[in-house]
Design a protein around this ligand. Sequence first.
Ligand code: AKG
Length: 308
Amino acid sequence: MAQLLKKSVKLALIQLACTADKAHNLSHARTKVLEATRAGAKIVVLPECFNSPYGTKYFPQYAEQLLPSPPTEDQSPTFHALSTLAKEAGVYLVGGSIPEKEAGFGSGGDKGDGQGKKLWNTSLTFGPQGELLGTHRKVHLFDIDIPGKIRFKESEVLSPGNKITFIDIPEYGKIAVAICYDIRFPELAMVAARKGAFLLLYPGAFNLTTGKLHWELQARGRAMDNQVFVGLCSPSRDMEAEYNAWGHSMVVDPNAEVLGQLDEKEGVLVQELVAGRIEEVRKGIPIYSQRRFDVYPDVSEGKVRYEE
Ligand SMILES: O=C(O)CCC(=O)C(=O)O
């Protein structure tokens, strides 16, 4: 059987120090992506909301219009910066995520915005020619309320995306991209893996409460259940910001072993994903051929959406 990862590849996770200054974030991201490229990375990932502070009150102000695609430079400076950067670096660039606004979104700032226009949390992936390869709108909105610890309600301003997102890279294979809270839903990961993804990538920004508890556990869990590579890419921690990201960007292998992990500071993690490793792990622990779809359903065979 053909290998899911066709040839070994270096993956880089950029744990960027994100600020309130969008232009600075974009130029800083460029510096770090080029640094990763010099270290041999061919797939490079930025964090969730890498060009804005993370918080519902910031989304309307920082949001960019991505449709119709391609947007103009005015509509989305980030689209153009990422496309140019992917081409300059000659890499596949998973551009973390940015707040996206629907055409006509006003300055009102919520889902209603007076005219019912929407905002999303959206990830853009570009190829080495600067071409857009895929767009993922966060499917599961981060709505949690842990008394005394953290309350966050993305649904107050954001709308959810409606599909699973694959990026096809003829050279290497298929990648699935989802965003942060999406990782808590194993069904999405399982469908992606059963449909042939070799790598699940989650730009994310867990916090000091759930990060400590669940960040590594989720990454290793998704890798273990699906026997694929998993990459989680966070902003670095800024204790001056309103939202304190967990950091700890990490790459996990198909046997759920952590191949590399950063601490909470800014950094670039470059890790080689070895071709053949998925098949080796699946041969040793053959859950892929031991599933009992006569006892429970195969989630990947149900209704799966690939388009908005
Ligand atoms: O799931 C969590 O604990 C954190 C999720 C999150 O921060 C996000 O979706 O942005």
